[in-house]
Design a protein around this ligand. Structure first.
Ligand SMILES: [Zn+2]
Length: 507
């Protein structure tokens, strides 16, 4: 239920425009004193943006950066150097470890019969290898949409190559299928299957002869080799099977998992607040990427937007009331590991946080600010987005984005604000060989960067603190109402026990 401004006061400020409405209504930049600073930041953001230059360097000179790999560690140094050069304060790395590191080797497959040809496959992240030299097997299908039954029926998969298909209607939502698909992979391995053909959560490729790598669980590796296959090759296999022909495949996949944890680090730099430096808004994206291309849209765009926003604010010479902490997370692709590590490392000051602001939906223009469950903040944000009218029309809603570094903040009862994007081409570039600089239009990046800079500065600088963490009970109830409970429970991320489980009270 959307609340109207309970407890929201504009302490002592008079309305400069002389409007005679009640004075406790939320004020935007036209009335709250932030407009002159925002105007300067917008000028730097639009006309002097360095965001595309950052993205070009990250894509071409640093390249792909899988969490814990030497390339990713190099990207931390690159990002810290950029932060220092632009003049952020307190630039440093915050080290943590993920459970294991992983290195891609080779993945090759051939269709042996009925019509021999090469098949296009790439290994999914943190999956295993076939026997050295590969293995041969008949292809059998399993239906993702009936995955609960398939988990119990794995004995038929011994010495087979498993093709994941989708027929009929799913019985549960994508994230729950994603969780159960992980259980299936373990069962299929134990049953002696040779390999599995299927993408993240058992999904199929988007087309254009692309494969899409990715992780198959939160912080989980799988001994069985799992490969993403192009939609075109998979389509042909499915058509053969529909005609009663059993394709036979030779497959050779070689990957390496480390035996112990792998070290990585979030990269942090700040603009300290002039009045309340202890109050912190986190602004960021994730620095890590996959390795089939340059990681431009996932999430070089978020990294460049974050660095470009910091640079625009610094060059404007404007100082916010509260601290803006720019954080480039790593480990996002393995299960939001960087942002969960941040919450642990900063547990003592989470009460002082205002939330986080994240861009991680690819290359398209920002369309709305998802407030991560905080319906109470919608009225405060509305005059702000209205003030951006000539830059970009934005909508505000209270939806939770659970697929990126907003989630740990939403779980903590803070606004994990997702800058949602209109990003149709992302389905092709997502974790694929097409995720390169060509996918990002510079003017869209510049606009997104400016919106991030303005949103961050306004939240940090407005007279009233935007948000404090909700109590656990209210947060638990919100997460349940937003349909997050089952998914968080399935991935062992639900921290609230039975809290919030009773039917919502009348308000
Ligand atoms: Zn991402």
């Amino acid at each position: 239920m959307r609340r109207l401004l309970a407890g929201f006061v504009v302490g002592g400020l008079l309305s400069v425009s002389g409007v005679t409405r009640a004075d406790d209504r939320p004020k935007g930049p036209d009335e709250d004193g932030t407009k002159p600073a925002l105007t300067r930041i917008a000028g730097e953001g639009i006309l002097n943006s360095r965001a595309y230059q950052y993205l070009t360097e990250l894509s071409d000179d640093v390249g792909s950066r899988v969490t814990g790999s030497p390339a990713e560690r190099k990207s931390e140094e690159w990002a810290a150097a950029k932060m220092k050069a632009m003049g952020l304060e307190n630039v440093h790395l915050e080290k943590y470890t993920i459970w294991k590191g992983w290195t891609r080797g080779t993945a090759e497959a051939q269709l042996l019969s009925p019509t021999p040809h090469r098949l296009h496959v790439d290994a999914m992240g943190w999956t295993g290898s076939t026997a050295a030299g590969g293995a041969e097997g008949d292809v059998v299908t399993v239906n993702l949409f009936d995955i609960d039954a398939e988990v119990k029926n794995v004995s038929r998969l011994k010495e087979k190559i498993v093709l994941v298909t989708q027929s009929g209607k799913p019985k549960k939502n994508f994230m729950l299928l994603f969780a159960t698909f992980g259980d299936f992979l373990k069962a299929a391995h134990d049953a002696g299957a040779i390999a599995v053909i299927g993408g993240q959560g058992g999904s199929k490729s988007a087309g254009m002869n692309l494969t899409h790598t990715g992780i198959l669980g939160f912080d989980t590796d799988y001994a069985i080799p799992v490969v993403s296959m192009t939609a075109e090759d998979q389509g042909q296999l499915e058509r053969f099977i529909a005609r009663g022909i059993t394709p036979r495949i030779r497959i050779n996949v070689q990957n390496t998992l480390t035996t112990g944890p792998a070290e990585t680090a979030n990269v942090v730099g700040e603009i300290r607040g002039r009045e309340h430096p202890e109050e912190i808004l986190v602004v960021g994206g994730h620095l890590d990427s996959w390795d089939l291309a340059q990681g431009t849209t996932d999430n070089g765009s978020g990294t460049a937007t974050t660095l470009g926003a910091a640079d625009a604010i610094l060059r404007s010479g404007q100082k916010p009331r509260r601290t803006i902490r720019f954080v480039l997370f790593t480990g996002e692709e393995q299960g939001l590991d960087g942002s969960f590590a941040y919450m642990k490392q900063h547990a003592a000051e989470i009460e002082n946080h205002l939330g986080d602001l994240i861009l991680d939906e690819g290359q398209g223009p920002v369309t709305d600010l998802m407030l991560g469950g905080r319906d109470d903040l919608i009225p405060a944000l509305e005059p702000f987005v209205a003030s951006l009218g000539f830059v970009k029309t934005l909508k505000v809603n209270d939806k939770v984005e659970s697929g990126t570094d907003t989630l740990p903040f939403s779980i903590a009862g803070l606004p994990g604000i997702n800058m949602n994007q209109d990003t149709a081409d992302y389905k092709y570039t997502h974790h694929s060989a097409a995720d390169a600089l060509e996918a990002q239009k510079p003017e869209v990046l510049t606009q997104n960067t400016t919106i991030m800079a303005l949103t961050a500065f306004w939240i940090a600088d407005r007279p009233e603190r935007l948000a404090s963490p909700w109590p656990a009970e209210r947060t638990a109830k919100m997460l349940r109402q937003q349909g997050e409970y089952e998914e968080l429970k399935a991935f062992n991320l639900w921290p609230y026990g039975e809290l919030g489980a009773e039917p919502p009270k009348k308000q």
